[in-house]
Design a protein around this ligand. Structure first.
Ligand code: MLT
Length: 440
């Protein structure tokens, strides 16, 4: 049984040697011919960021070369759970090795030992007005927590570059662990004030179980399983907008708490994580307009109207994927396997998972017909993940926090390797359009 630090340490010499070889022996080799299309197109298709933990291919993400399906078979599960364990995936992302059951247990215990918030941060969270969104609370809390960064202190104290990764790892594990206290405290301020939850953490439980304890849902097995799934599915997808934002902050030696705060901000874009909430809102409007079980013709006419009006269909298309997002199949499987609870207030549901899944078959054909230039009309995970969380009792304004938390955890694994490999500050050359034209 090794500790996480030992498992990361075992990989370091070979990865540093490879980085050295790439930066010296191969430094001047050409990997990609940059076209005007790359420059005008938001750097799409340009392999220009080292991402140690995964690669997103047109057919889906692979973590250290493995698909989610392969990892499901290989990674140890948390006792009693049918989902991939987020902690097991984290271990794998950090180390590229499959943890043993004992290593998973030890890792989870280490995370739980770190699970506390400074008093002033608790007071800070409690002082935030609930007229601001929960996501804003989360973003501000991480900014406030930056003062506790061990990496920032190490940078101030002049610790050598080669050793900074150990401090970054300390922050990464503290953040991963503390995140459940941040989310649940904000949640209780919004929705649980009258419940007076006094959580007693289960020090031998995993993070999902302990989040449920802190949110007063410890008996809700489905919620715990869904939390595990959400953290796994959103943990990493390469250099997407939120992860890239965190990487950018971190490349300038910004501390991990501030990087997470920036990543949350980046996620609020409608073309990124906000698509999760927007696709939920889209479904709600469709149910209002067509009812819960419309005909195929009605759905087609409704979507066509939006396509012709130039509206964004949230949850469709992708910058990298060219097929339906494999992560979507995991959400669909969850819905099949875990019965959806009836709406808490006894009223008719305002959204329909069934309708969303029927749309997955209809929308791509319509986009292909009416917007033939779109390279990938298939649905991605955002098309269903948020509505699923809502259906299982996660409040609409908390859904993005689950995504953000998974994404933050995953990025932190990458950020350790940025430090191990001493990757430089990111600073692309900017260019005016006139200058670009003059170069042709
Ligand atoms: C994500 O996981 O953040 C989305 O699929 C977006 C992306 O990968 O660019």
């Amino acid at each position: 049984t090794q500790t996480l630090v030992q498992a990361i340490g075992a990989r370091i010499p070979a990865r540093r040697r490879l980085a050295e070889r790439l930066s010296t022996v191969h430094a001047k080799r050409v990997v990609h011919q940059m076209t005007v299309e790359n420059v005008m197109g938001g750097m799409r298709g340009m392999p220009s960021i080292i991402w140690e933990i995964s690669e997103t291919h047109p057919t889906g993400v692979r973590y250290h070369g493995k698909s989610l399906d392969e990892l499901e078979a290989a990674l140890p599960k948390w006792p009693g759970s049918a989902q991939i364990s987020p902690e097991a995936l984290l271990w794998f992302l950090y180390t590229a090795s499959i943890p043993t059951q004992a290593e998973l247990k030890y890792f989870a215990e280490d995370l739980m030992r770190r699970c506390q918030l400074p008093r002033e941060i608790e007071d800070f969270i409690d002082s935030l007005p609930t007229t601001l969104s929960p996501l804003t609370h989360m973003q501000m809390t991480y900014s406030a927590l930056a003062k506790y960064s061990k990496l920032a202190a190490a940078v101030d104290n002049g610790v050598s570059k080669a050793n900074l990764w150990t401090y970054a790892l300390e922050d990464a594990l503290d953040i991963t662990s503390r995140s459940i206290l941040v989310i649940s405290r904000i949640h209780n301020n919004f929705y649980g004030k009258d419940r007076k939850i006094k959580p007693r953490l289960d020090m031998s439980g995993d993070l999902a179980k302990n989040l449920a304890i802190c949110m007063g849902r410890s008996d809700d097995f489905t919620f715990i399983e869904l939390t595990r799934l959400a953290w796994v599915l959103h943990q990493d997808h390469g250099a997407n907008v939120s992860a890239h934002t965190m990487r950018l902050v971190s490349s300038a030696l910004g501390d991990p708490y501030s990087a997470i705060s920036a990543g949350i901000t980046a996620g609020t874009g409608a073309l990124h994580a906000m698509a999760i909430e927007n696709s939920l809102a889209y479904n709600k409007k469709m149910v209002e307009s067509l009812g819960l079980n419309p005909s195929r013709e009605d759905i087609e006419a409704y979507i066509l109207r939006d396509i012709q009006a130039g509206a964004v269909l949230p949850g469709y298309g992708h910058a990298v994927l060219r097929v339906a997002d494999p992560r979507l199949a995991w959400v669909r499987r969850f819905i099949k396997e875990y019965p959806v609870p009836p709406p808490a207030n006894g009223k008719a549901p305002t959204t329909s998972l069934d309708l969303i899944q029927r749309m997955h078959d209809i929308v791509p054909d319509q986009i292909r017909t009416y917007l033939p230039k779109v390279k990938n009309p298939a649905p991605n995970v955002d098309a269903l993940s948020g509505s699923t969380m809502l259906a299982y009792g996660i409040e609409a304004d908390f859904i993005l926090m689950f995504m953000a938390n998974g994404r933050g955890m995953g990025f932190l694994c990458q950020s350790i390797w940025d430090k191990v490999l001493a990757l430089p500050i990111e600073r692309p050359q900017s260019i005016t359009m006139d200058r670009l034209l003059a170069k042709l």
